[in-house]
Design a protein around this ligand. Structure first.
Ligand SMILES: Nc1nc2c(c(=O)[nH]1)N[C@H]1C(S)=C(S)[C@@H](COP(=O)(O)OP(=O)(O)OC[C@H]3O[C@@H](n4cnc5c(N)ncnc54)[C@H](O)[C@@H]3O)O[C@H]1N2
Ligand code: MOO
Length: 392
């Protein structure tokens, strides 16, 4: 069976995605969620011309070094001055306060000398008008575009727009199933031939970061019965992610168990390393992705495949994990026929791939801050050459 290129595997995964519905959430729950569509401002900001500084509001053409004004009142934030500023008059004003009618400039208080109910302007008079016009930030009806993943800055903007709750994509419910008789959860006492399940926890953390709601199913043993029981527990999930049992060994039963329950495999085996034995399909109402068991392979597939799928489920544009270009800080060997995702570290000299790239080495993954993506058949590179990387 020929290996499927990464881009094709990704587009076959996107074809399996069914978008989730939406729900309303208050702003305090909105950060990290995906806004369903554009949202319009319900008011102008600022709603009035506002002072940018503490000082005195005067008529612009009268503001000259040495000029004197009668102070006729005060405008503070939340307490506007209701009268008119006439010739020779000034209103004491504070940052954020409405600029009174007639005034066209705010002279900062450092450029004034107060003398009872009057002020004089100093010789060192600055230039600025210090007024924020009404609607300078945004006007009523201006939109924050969507779908987009809401950042803290977006949440601040939505609040200023007087939008107290927003429609966001439902969070994908993801069931995570580690498989293998050798696995026990962290904290338990493993037998002499057992190890600790690790990448299920790494994927759980990644999924939370992606805005999904992951849950760990009990570890499944290497039997069709055990796997079948576990699939039952995942029946209400939007996505089932299995880990391990994906390769060709006698105990690699995930594909057989899933197919026994009606899954049609969309593809199997991708031209990448680590991560070759990847499978996907739909299992009842859920989408299923079968990840390889080697810990780094599972985590790399999490970044390369699961993350884009979770984004697409939430209504974001279907596309690969974001890449950027970087300079190599050390030479890179030629690549074989599979796209290579090399654990690498950013240094002042550029990105440097670790010498050890075996797909079992989580300690190397934890030291890495990016993956160098080396295309199939790529020749060797010298330090200083440009490569593409995915940030971790
Ligand atoms: N004859 C061949 N053998 C293998 C091939 C192949 O093409 N031909 N592919 C290799 C590649 S590449 C990978 S990747 C692995 C993937 O195998 P499986 O998906 O079947 O994974 P397992 O055999 O179940 O486990 C592999 C390895 O990872 C450990 N593991 C599994 N799950 C976890 C977990 N949740 N936490 C920590 N470690 C886990 C497991 O104990 C094994 O050591 O197959 C190669 N073999
Ligand atoms: O692809 Mo395996 O995932 O090379 O270790």
């Amino acid at each position: 069976m020929s290996l499927v290129p990464v881009a094709e595997a990704l587009s076959r995964l996107f074809a399996l995605v069914r978008p989730l519905g939406t729900e309303m959430v208050p702003l305090t729950e909105a950060a990290g969620r995906v806004l369903a569509g554009p949202v319009a401002a319900r008011r102008d900001q600022p709603p009035f011309a506002a002072s940018a500084m503490d000082g005195y509001a005067v008529r612009r053409d009268e503001a000259r070094p040495g000029a004197r004004f009668d102070v006729i009142g005060e405008s503070a934030a939340g307490h506007a001055f209701s009268g008119l500023v006439g010739p020779g008059q000034a209103v004491r004003i504070f940052t954020g306060a409405p600029v009174p009618e007639g005034a066209t400039r705010v002279v900062i208080q450092e450029d004034t000398v107060r003398d009872g109910d009057a002020i004089g302007l100093t010789d060192a008079l600055g230039e600025g008008l210090n007024i924020r016009p009404a609607g300078a930030d945004f006007r009523t009806g201006a939109t924050l575009g969507g779908p987009r993943r809401l950042t803290p800055s977006d949440v601040a903007l939505l609040a200023a727009m007087n939008v107290p709750e927003v429609e966001v994509a439902r969070q994908p419910e993801v069931a995570l199933l580690a498989t293998g008789d050798e696995l026990v959860p962290p904290g338990e006492e493993p037998g002499p031939d057992q190890i600790i399940a690790s990448n299920s926890y790494g994927l759980h953390a990644l999924l939370r970061q992606l805005g999904a709601r992951p849950r760990l199913l009990p570890i499944a043993g290497d039997s069709l019965d055990s796997l079948s029981c576990s699939f039952d527990l995942a029946a209400d999930a939007d996505l089932l992610v299995t880990i391990g049992g994906a390769s060709v060994g006698d105990h690699d039963l995930v594909a057989a168990a899933a197919e026994g329950r009606g899954m049609e495999r969309a593809f199997y085996k991708v031209a990448m390393r680590p991560g070759k034995p990847l499978m996907a399909g739909r299992l009842g109402d859920a989408m299923m992705i079968g990840l390889p068991g080697n810990p780094v392979s599972a985590m790399v597939c999490g970044h390369v495949f699961v993350a884009p799928v979770i984004a697409a489920m939430q209504g974001l544009p279907a596309g690969p994990a974001p890449r950027r270009t970087a300079t190599l800080g050390a030479p890179l060997a030629a690549n074989g026929p599979r796209e290579h995702y090399l654990r690498a570290r950013t240094t002042p000299q550029g990105v440097i791939a670790f010498d050890k790239q075996d797909s079992s080495l989580l300690s190397v993954l934890a030291e890495a801050d990016c993956l160098i993506v080396q295309p199939p058949g790529d020749p060797a590179h010298a330090a200083g050459d440009t490569v593409e990387v995915i940030d971790l």
